[in-house]
Design a protein. Sequence first.
Length: 560
Amino acid sequence: MSTRRSVAIAPPSIRDNTDTESRKFSLAGPATIDTVAANQPYVDPGYAQLNPAYDQPVNVRPVWGLAKPLPRVLRPGMVPTKDELETGAPEEGEAQPPFDIEAGRIEPSLRPDRVAPTLDTIRREREIALIRAYENQHNESPGFSPFGGAAARRTSDAPTVTPSARVRLEEPIEEESSDRSPSAQPQVEPPELSLPEAVAGLKAAKQEDGESRVPYEDAVPLPAYDAEDDEIHNLHTYWSIIRLRLREPLAELLGITVQYTLGFSANLSMTVSRGTAGAGDTGMWAWGLATMLAIYVAGGISGAHLNPAISLMLYIYRGFPLSKVPIYVAAQMLGAVLATLISFGIFQPGLFALMHDGQSSLQQQSVQPLHQHTGMAHIASDLTLPPSYIFTVLSNFLTFPRSPWVSVPVAFFTEFTATCLLTISVLALGDDTNAPPGAGMNAFIVGLLITMLGMSFGSVTGLAMNPVRDFGPRVTMLLLGYGTPSTLFGDGYWFKVNWLGPIMGAIFGGFLYDAAIFVGGESPVNYPSRRMRRAARKWRKRWKVRMGWNGRVKTGKAQK
């Protein structure tokens, strides 16, 4: 089966078959191949030549997200170092371990001291077999060594770059003239550089400066994903070059803007209509369907995390690059602010009409817990607008204890539990060895999951399950003058409940799923303890170099 995107066409043997006895009539629909062909788009001849990214191989890059099964990547704790491998390697005269290691057949025992040596031997033999297979696969490459540095690991075959993926650095070249002096240097046109070649040059320069970009440092080098070497891009304009570097955060920004605009608008619609546009579970369904749509918008590009807690959890347990976490969080925060502005701008006249009609007293009763639990007792003295109107507006954007019996510990545990269940479900849907849904169904099921969680826990806190779900609107309301820093942020509810609850719940939920079900080696739960410590040391060392702490420490010691 081809790995490239193409139009599916039924083979002639099926299309031309006129034998009615061989046809199967079923309520399940047409044959699979007919269904695939019917759902493929029409493509003009020559389209792929002008837009080569459309015809690139599928799964060319890992996408950590909610739209399809999560990628399987190599991480530092999985890969042995040269010393570890040589320590466990058999001598020349010893029998070589078999290539196919049956790792699951050990003595059933709950005593770690009895099975630990066997587990260590099985893991070592599996790693030795992997390295030998990898080395045999590259024997034709001159000078190849599995323990080589970054230069040895760099393949010599340059990626195929289409004309649309090239960036030409053009400079005017003077025409030759007969009176030009012999000493004049002829101007040479700069070479035509592809984007992957330019990026590779930057990486080489950084390595020469001492900043290592090798994923595993002293670990055994194995092939890992490198976007610049594999992806094909359509570079039509200058903006396309900018978008190439910011495509993932832009997709995350657009996805969360769509999600929150629809969710906040559903809340406001029920408020300004005085309940005639829906009530109760209407908002839960709206948020669930908005989440589904946001995943369809951004799932194939950024993964549609839509949540800093999910981004952090995927970094810890599935190898999502840590360098992308800050820009993802920034995009998610900006999307929440934009969505608040959009939805508030649409419904502000309706909110003012509600205030002038004297209907906000009904809303004041429903938001009384907001007055009690979020430090807003003196909001009337801080702002000129009526307190009931302020509470009505804030109740559509902020999460807060919905009943007087909901204390801060209860609110924290609610957010913790809901996010924990969300994380377990997300990892289960993304585990291709479990029971993943069919193609395109992940987003739909996650939408139903958000609806169900809202129905279960929404009556307690409003259910953020997401730090930016509450923090972004708080910042926006502060900028719009619907509160002061002391009233919106003074009591710390936004941090103690809406930040710590989802983040700790996501981390704990990931641990529970991996401890109970997941068997992949990329999870730290399945790391050998020795390699966890090694990965932690390398992580600290790498960040000390990035922050410049090593140089300052050495300088201080030298001065002493």
